[in-house]
Unconditional design. Structure first.
Length: 103
């Protein structure tokens, strides 16, 4: 029984270390801003989400945060934005971002 538990837990832990979100074309040029910038045009808002919990196991919060940021950056080029800033902190794998067009 204990062996079965270990054999189930090991793949879950290994899977939690993987990054599933890849950077889309054009997203590398999108800057991440700490707050709303001055002199930039608002291009909209987006809410992104990732899996933050597998069963009772919670994923690494830093990795979840990084994936949320990557997803927001991936959305920016579609709205002609070149900057993003968080509107909310990450919570249970979800986060809202503002998209900006700056000179």
């Amino acid at each position: 029984m204990r062996l079965l538990s270990v054999l189930t837990l090991v793949p879950l832990l290994a899977l939690s270390a993987c990054t599933f979100v890849k950077m889309a074309p054009g997203a590398r040029q999108v800057r991440v801003l700490a707050s709303a910038p001055v002199g930039c045009e608002a291009r909209g808002e987006v809410e992104v989400s990732v899996t933050w919990k597998v069963g009772v196991y919670q994923r690494n919060p830093v990795q979840v945060r990084d994936e949320l940021e990557t997803l927001a950056r991936n959305e920016a080029p579609g709205l002609a934005a070149n900057g993003i800033s968080p509107l909310t902190p990450p919570l249970e794998g979800r986060q809202r971002w503002a998209l900006w067009r700056c000179r």
